[in-house]
Design a binder for this molecule. Structure first.
Ligand code: SF4
Length: 228
């Protein structure tokens, strides 16, 4: 027996992969696409949003982005239980924050038949909009706490550590250390957090101003003036 590999079945197809391979990666090798939200191929996976959960025969579903394949595992990535789980996750997400500028998540809701009004009476997570620098705006009313921006700002890429979590439980949100304005942090305005954000929570300032109705000349002078 080769102890460096494991053999499992995913949606009826057998596959042998190196020990430590995640279900998500093994499925991709078979051409099976598992939906993801918080996962990003170049960042550390944390299994936070759980939308990639699959049925691997256990008591609870397994987050495919962080669960390693094991020998003899039988995985179903799209049965009714799995689809129901994804539907509820998406409905709860929709009830908590604004997904208006998250077209990929909205498309996922449609694909899974998620009812956007199912938890209309649920409490919404609200936050101030931070417009504290000339480069990007932070609107955490649209933040799904995926942690991508924190990871890319830390060991996964930039080693700047300008971002962190603040609060606990339901009120957890992304923040700077001591909630300082971005120019007073270690931020170097590399823009990587904006690039990996899967929602409208982080937005380039110029894009925001264009959306507000300014023309490119007005945007140029507005951002130049604010940079001084
Ligand atoms: S700001 Fe964007 S990247 Fe950061 S946690 Fe929120 S949704 Fe994710």
């Amino acid at each position: 027996m080769d102890e460096t590999t494991v053999t499992l079945t995913i949606d009826g197809q057998e596959i042998t992969v190196p020990h430590g391979t995640t279900i998500l990666d093994a499925a991709a090798q078979l051409g099976v696409e598992i939906p993801v939200i918080c996962y990003h191929p170049h960042l550390t996976a944390n299994g936070l949003c759980r939308v990639c959960s699959v049925d691997s025969g256990g008591r609870v579903q397994a987050a495919a982005c962080v669960t390693a394949c094991s020998d003899g595992m039988v995985v179903q990535t799209d049965n009714e239980k799995v689809r129901r789980g994804r539907r509820v996750i998406l409905e709860m997400l929709h009830s908590t924050i604004s997904l208006d500028e998250s077209p990929e998540i909205l498309a996922m809701m449609e694909a899974y038949g998620a009812d956007p009004h199912r938890f209309d009476e649920g409490e919404r997570r609200t936050a101030p909009v931070y417009d504290d620098n000339p480069f990007y705006i932070r609107d955490y009313n649209q933040c799904i706490n995926c942690w991508r921006c924190v990871q890319v700002c830390a060991e996964d890429a930039q080693y700047t550590f300008a971002l962190t979590f603040d609060g606990r439980g339901f009120h957890t949100q992304i923040s700077t250390f001591a909630n300082k304005p971005m120019p007073d942090t270690t931020c170097v305005f590399c823009g990587q957090c904006v690039g990996v954000c899967p929602t409208g929570a982080l937005k380039p300032k110029r894009q925001a101003l264009l959306e507000e109705g300014m023309n490119p000349d007005e945007v140029f002078f507005a951002t130049r003036r604010r940079r001084r």
